[in-house]
Design a protein around this ligand. Structure first.
Ligand code: PHE
Ligand code: ZN
Length: 856
């Protein structure tokens, strides 16, 4: 047994360049399910900037059996190599300081690797995942992103397809001409088939495109391929970025911890973000496939050609690449609808994180396990920061800055300081205060007061920057506030302005107004802040009708619903009939995009309400929240009762299914209408008929979910299973819909029973998440059952998964991050479960770090 030691905290302030660089790496794989052999030949060069030598050679390595090693051809003896759990050390006197050739052979066991990091097996297929620190499970190496090398790979194995990065030299040999950090290395081998196409770049380079899947899945690749080609063209036209190899490959794997991975020339995807057919994928799946294909492709420039110096700089590639994929999806679909969806996500995940014990800056300053920092803050808030920068400098300056970024830093491993400096130089501006967005955690809170006299409106803003774990007394940040001014007839009384709030308190004057305008503040959600503002329902109804900014139009309805629901929950208020009327006006307004109308009709989530109530100083009651949403939905349905059947008929999308935004928008509104209709029917006849007739997964699944919610879906649950039992991705949905839609008092029992199902293959992350996260995150009233049964069930499964897959376990612990919102009894029950996890003797460092923070 290994002695247990506390894992070290890694700090940004401790960064040092490596003692050695690596120029080239030759890898030879002899694949075997349990005894894979990896031979490496690595050309090291001394780093002349590290004058503090002589240096030992310290290489990362984990779960490796070292067979042999040599330096410059001289074999190292056992007592010349110090091996520990994290790597090996060769004493400096055996290491030529200005450079040498390292050769080694190691053995690994892919089949035993359930962590899904390093080289592992998924249904007979060999597959790698190296970001962030998985390469050290493949061979001994300097596994850090600032060490970039040229890789040549040779693969031997008993399977027909052998893939790695770069150009195919034939016979399992690959060469990648672009120097890269080890985290971008990939190898895939198996019985795979490819779906092929090609692309001609803007300068006439011919690129072969291949999507590799398991035999039988070839028919589900067309949409991903189409999205890939559109992404490649978009990056050329919008950023001037051309692809840089003759081959681009995507592989779909069933066992994957995350969404997808941008390995150079060989992206590896969770199969749920590649495979789609109308019958098996929902509109939302299509949208996610498009966005994630684009995201990984865009990493080729923002991440791969320019990479991160160290893992603290993760947002350098992730924030920028998310921003780019959001721009792309907005161009491909609807900017208005996409923006609303992105902000909904941001609030649900990032604001939640920022308000709790796991809050951290977009660029964190320390970590124990880097895998725990692939967070909503790094990704989504990281993207918001770039959006603000673009708003502040303008689209043209933004493009010039990006050109300079690519020109100045191509081939380098960079920092956020490099990024900021590019903007300062290209736009001739000082961004030192703006840079606080990268270092200060927490969501700024903004208030505003209005004063109108003569022809002048004076707006006075305040900002407070709340304390977060380890950070107090923060400085004011730069908050761009796009503001519109509406006249009584709904027209713009004055041109929109960009008000830049860069102090704790600041006033702005708008002159030349005839009457006091109605304000439209923070248009397009121009900064990731909480805007607190006293306003009237009449004003909200006015903005919902007239605001020319679709985000704020939607936001007005959302604020209205949030306030009303809180009033119903906390003060037993009746439903405000004016709210239902306002919803009806939007629902039947044919001038508005159906997708937008659907978003307006969707009520704030149970979790959003819980957070809002907590912020008012009251412990949220999950059952009361659930009930209030039901009551309000029923009131809206009643108000719309004469319109619903007509809408339902009109919104049908006859003919063959197409996944485009227009058709998807209609189905989305039709789904919302179906859910309203079901509040008025005792027998759910419309949902039953829709389920029976559906020829696409969007309509089949929305019908099923509605039926389960109303306790009428038993036969359909069975029928759905019978129809889809051979399709893993659809069966994931089958698990989720049952736990997410189950009535609160039955949800734990439903979840527990489903864990006994023969198809509950819990070591598969998609399957595990579909049931366990589906229960804990998508059924708040069920999860928070008063007696704590939900907490215990959830903790049992976290404990079970941790030794098998620490990374996914740690991510899922976020289900407990809001425990301090609730009443004393629930808090105690959750704390007890968290403590039970924390006390486990062999808990992974991943889960220990997260649970430790949640408890503190
Ligand atoms: N870098 C991947 C992405 O965002 C995410 C990822 C991180 C995948 C770690 C696997 C492991 O595109
Ligand atoms: Zn990414």
């Amino acid at each position: 047994m290994r002695p247990t030691t506390t894992p070290p905290t890694i700090r940004l302030s401790d960064y040092k360049q490596p003692e050695f660089w690596i120029e080239t790496v030759d890898l030879h794989f002899k694949l075997h399910p349990t005894e894979t052999r990896v031979r490496s030949r690595i050309v090291f060069k001394g780093n002349t900037e590290r004058t503090d030598g002589p240096h030992d050679l310290r290489l990362h390595g984990q779960d490796l059996k070292l067979i042999s090693a040599s330096i410059n051809g001289t074999p190292l003896k056992d007592d010349e190599i110090l091996i520990d759990a994290e790597g090996l050390t060769i004493p400096g006197d055996l290491v030529p300081q200005d450079g040498f050739i390292w050769e080694a052979e190691v053995q690994t066991n892919p089949q035993a690797n359930t962590s899904l990091n390093g080289l592992y097996m998924s249904k007979g297929m060999y597959c790698t995942q190296c970001e962030a620190e998985g390469f050290r499970k493949i061979t001994y190496y300097l596994d850090r992103p600032d060490v970039m090398a040229v890789f040549t790979v040779e693969i031997e194995g008993d399977v027909p397809v052998l893939l790695s990065n770069g150009n195919n030299l034939g016979n399992g040999k690959w060469h990648d001409p672009w120097p890269k950090p080890a985290y971008l290395f990939a190898l895939v081998a198996g019985d795979l088939v490819s779906y092929d196409d090609h692309f001609t770049t803007m300068n006439g380079r011919e690129v072969d495109l291949q999507i590799f899947v398991r035999p039988g899945d070839e028919g589900k690749c067309a949409y991903a391929m189409d999205a890939l080609k559109r992404s490649m063209r978009w990056d050329e036209t919008e950023y001037g970025r051309e692809y840089d190899l003759n081959l681009f490959m995507i592989v779909a794997v069933d066992d994957f911890n995350m969404g997808a991975m941008e390995n150079k020339g060989l992206n590896i995807f969770n199969s749920k973000y590649v495979l789609a057919s109308p019958k098996t994928a929902t509109d939302r799946d299509y949208e996610l496939i498009e966005g994630i294909i684009a995201h990984e492709y865009f990493h080729n420039w923002t991440g791969n050609r320019i990479t991160c110096r160290d893992w603290f700089q993760l947002c350098l590639k992730e924030g920028l690449t998310v921003f780019r994929d959001q721009q792309f999806s907005g161009d491909a679909r609807s900017h208005a609808v996409n923006r609303i969806e992105n902000v909904l996500q941001l609030r649900a995940r990032q604001f939640r994180e920022d308000a709790g014990p796991l809050a951290h800056p977009v660029r964190p300053e320390e970590y124990i396990e880097i895998n725990n920092f692939y967070t909503a803050t790094v990704y989504e808030k990281g993207a918001e920061v770039i959006g603000m920068l673009r708003t502040l400098v303008g689209a043209d300056n933004y493009r010039r800055a990006l050109d300079l970024y690519f020109e100045r830093h191509d081939g380098q491993a960079c920092t956020i300081e490099d990024w900021i400096k590019v903007f300062e130089d290209a736009c001739n501006t000082d961004l030192s205060q703006f840079a606080l967005w990268y270092s200060q955690a927490g969501t700024p809170r903004i208030t505003v007061t209005e004063d109108f006299s003569g022809d002048t409106l004076t707006l006075t803003f305040t900002q407070t920057n709340p304390d977060t774990p380890g950070q107090t007394n923060k400085k004011p940040q730069v908050v761009p506030i796009r503001t519109g001014f509406l006249a009584a007839d709904g027209s713009e009384a004055a041109p929109e302005q960009l008000l830049v709030l860069d102090e704790a308190l600041k006033s702005f004057e708008i002159n030349g107004l005839v009457d006091k305008p109605t304000l439209s503040l923070l248009r397009g959600f121009s900064a990731p802040v909480v805007l607190e503002r006293q306003t009237t329902n009449a004003e909200r109804a006015f903005l919902l009708t007239y605001d020319s900014d679709p985000f704020n139009q939607w936001e007005a309805g959302r604020d209205y619903a949030l306030d009303l629901l809180q009033d119903m929950i906390l003060n037993s208020a009746e439903v405000d009939p004016a709210f239902a009327k306002a919803m009806r006006a939007v629902a039947v307004n044919e001038a508005l995009d159906p997708a937008f109308r659907a978003l307006v009709l969707s009520l704030p989530s149970e979790d959003a309400l819980a957070q809002a109530i907590f912020e008012q100083g009251t412990a949220p009651d999950p059952d009361a929240i659930y009930a209030a949403r039901q009551t309000l939905a029923k009131a809206v349905a009643t108000e719309l009762s004469d319109d619903l059947q007509g809408l339902y008929t009109e919104l049908a999308t006859p003919g063959p299914y197409t996944p485009d935004a227009e058709a998807a928008g209609k189905r989305s509104l039709r789904g919302a209408v179906l859910s309203l209709i079901s509040h008025l029917e005792d027998d759910c006849a419309t949902a039953k008929a829709q389920f029976a007739a559906a020829d696409n997964m969007t309509e089949q699944l929305s019908a099923l979910s509605t039926l389960i919610r109303h306790g009428q879906g038993d036969a359909e649950v069975q029928a759905f299973y019978d129809q889809w039992q051979a399709d893993r991705l659809v069966i994931d949905k089958w698990f989720t819909v049952q736990v997410a839609s189950a009535p609160a008092d039955k949800a734990v029992d439903v979840a527990r029973a489903l864990t006994q199902h023969k198809d509950f293959d819990w070591k598969n992350p998609n399957r595990y998440r579909s049931l366990i996260a589906g229960f804990a995150m998508m059924n708040p009233a069920g999860f928070h059952r008063k007696d704590g049964a939900g907490y215990e069930f959830f903790a049992d499964w976290l404990i079970k998964l941790d030794p098998v897959n620490p990374q996914t376990t740690a991510r899922m612990c976020g289900g407990f991050e809001t425990w301090r919102r609730y009443d004393a009894s629930r808090q105690q029950l959750m704390q007890a479960q968290l403590q039970r996890i924390a006390d486990l003797p062999d808990l992974s460092k991943d889960t220990a770090e997260i649970v430790g923070k949640i408890l503190n």
